[in-house]
Ligand binder design. Structure first.
Ligand code: HEC
Length: 257
């Protein structure tokens, strides 16, 4: 009896080989084939089972945003926020700072009532809404500087650098805004200007997304400074500024507005 080395399997059927040897050879051959089949099955199993893992991950019972659900009666997978929920850091409790309006009694209804109604009505309503009359934080030089910078970026393009309503966008055809230097706007409370920036006014879009609340107040402070700059009684100016202003006023006015 002879046991062949494995690399001789291919020569198992030799014409002169004895019966025992042939049987043994064919046994070796079969067992190798079986091993191959086993390995192939194992490999296939591994591949398939891995595929199954992936499948399960893709089909796990969690919901993608906006996916419907049969679990809840309203058919939505997303649960509504509990009433009164606010995003962390987003609780706008200081009503005056965030709206320019006084006290909760003013009610959102009054604010909403003004949205989208005709301008004459809105103007009448100006007196009725409880606008904040004082700045919600101290107006310092730094606040005014910030306000000037933001005003120049966001407002001057239409309202002009001094607020006369002659900005470059207007010169190119946009609706002309009213001057800030009218009695009506000089006597309007600061909360009113804040409100106009926050919610827009007539053909003026709102600037709430571009200008955060603190910057809106800074702009209003600068707007007040602009109004004063065009309407200050001479007697209120400090001596050197008054002299300079008087000399300036004596000059022929030319095309100044
Ligand atoms: C795209 C041009 C444009 C920009 C930019 C703009 N406004 Fe206006 N604004 C207008 C127009 C136009 C009106 C008049 C709207 C109307 O009467 O329909 C107006 C009106 C106003 C009024 C007067 C409201 C009243 O009662 O008459 C104020 C105050 C005002 N804007 C402030 C601002 C401030 C502050 C900014 C910058 C944050 C600003 N605007 C940016 C175009 C603009």
């Amino acid at each position: 009896m002879m046991i062949r080395h494995s690399n001789q399997v291919g020569q198992a059927f030799q014409p002169d080989a004895g019966g025992t040897e042939v049987r043994l050879e064919s046994l070796t051959y079969r067992s190798r084939r079986a091993a191959h089949v086993l390995w192939a099955t194992l490999a296939a199993f591994l591949v398939l089972s891995c595929g199954a893992c992936q499948q399960e991950m893709a089909e796990q019972p969690s919901y993608r945003p906006l996916k419907p659900s049969r679990f809840f009666p309203d058919g939505l997978s997303a649960r509504p926020l509990v009433e009164g929920t606010v995003a962390r850091g987003d609780a706008r409790l200081d009503r005056e700072f965030y709206t320019g309006l006084r006290g909760p009694e003013a009610g959102e209804a009054a604010v909403d009532a003004l949205a989208g109604i005709s301008l004459p009505v809105a103007r009448t309503a100006l007196d009725e809404k409880p606008y904040v009359a004082a700045f919600p934080f101290p107006v310092t030089r730094a606040v005014l500087d910030r306000g000037k910078e933001r005003f120049t970026i966001y407002c001057a393009v239409c309202h002009g650098p001094l607020g006369h309503g002659d900005g470059v966008v207007v010169q190119r055809g946009f609706t002309e805004p009213p001057t800030y230097h009218s009695d009506r706007l000089r006597s309007a409370p600061v909360g009113y200007f804040f409100d106009v920036i926050t919610r827009g006014y007539g053909s003026m879009p709102d600037y709430a997304p571009q200008v955060p609340p603190r910057d809106r107040w800074a702009i209003v402070a600068y707007l007040r400074a602009l109004q004063l700059s065009q309407h200050a009684p001479l007697a209120d100016l400090p001596e050197p500024a008054r002299k300079a202003a008087e000399t300036e006023l004596e000059k022929p006015r030319g095309d100044q507005r």
